[in-house]
Design a protein around this ligand. Sequence first.
Ligand SMILES: Cc1cc2nc3c(=O)[nH]c(=O)nc-3n(C[C@H](O)[C@H](O)[C@H](O)COP(=O)(O)O)c2cc1C
Length: 172
Amino acid sequence: MSAPTQAAATPAGPADPRALRTALGQFATGVTVVTTVAADRGLVGLTANSFSALSLDPPLVLWSLRETSPSMPAFRGEDRFVVNVLAEAQVEVSRRFATPVPDKFDGIAHALNEHGLPLLHGAAAWFECRTVARHGAGDHVLFIAAVERFTAAEQAPLVFHGGRYFALGSRL
Ligand SMILES: Cc1cc2nc3c(=O)[nH]c(=O)nc-3n(C[C@H](O)[C@H](O)[C@H](O)COP(=O)(O)O)c2cc1C
């Protein structure tokens, strides 16, 4: 389809969040589980596809968390977190960490790094990060973090598009 005319374009606004969500869903992403630890709650993690590379030198990444998310106090209280980039075999892991259940880590194989933060087994990559800035932005908080350590595994990544999960298609 060619570009919409000005008349056909939908003005963005709170009136039609579903249309905006649908249009945003055209942006295919990977899927991550961002994990940390909280003194009062133990291990914390949630599925996030707002993760993005930000800078190579210095190495910085970003992601955003809904202001009212139950996980928010943990990420405000602890500077360090791990971004686990999910592999295509980890759809159920993504579903589990996108649901507000009390112990998301039950039956989820993981290791702890030297800061006690969980690295999920079977991921495609791990980024061990330290928050350097938090910015409130609309109904989310944007986290900008320095990458302290990272590992890539030979696993194909999980893909999210239009509210559904996919494996990578053919290489163009
Ligand atoms: C594919 C996918 C991507 C998501 N990305 C984000 C995200 O980037 N930020 C966010 O706050 N919630 C995101 N969510 C929703 C959270 O995973 C969900 O609200 C979760 O319950 C939050 O954990 P909590 O309830 O323990 O705080 C996403 C959900 C899915 C399925």
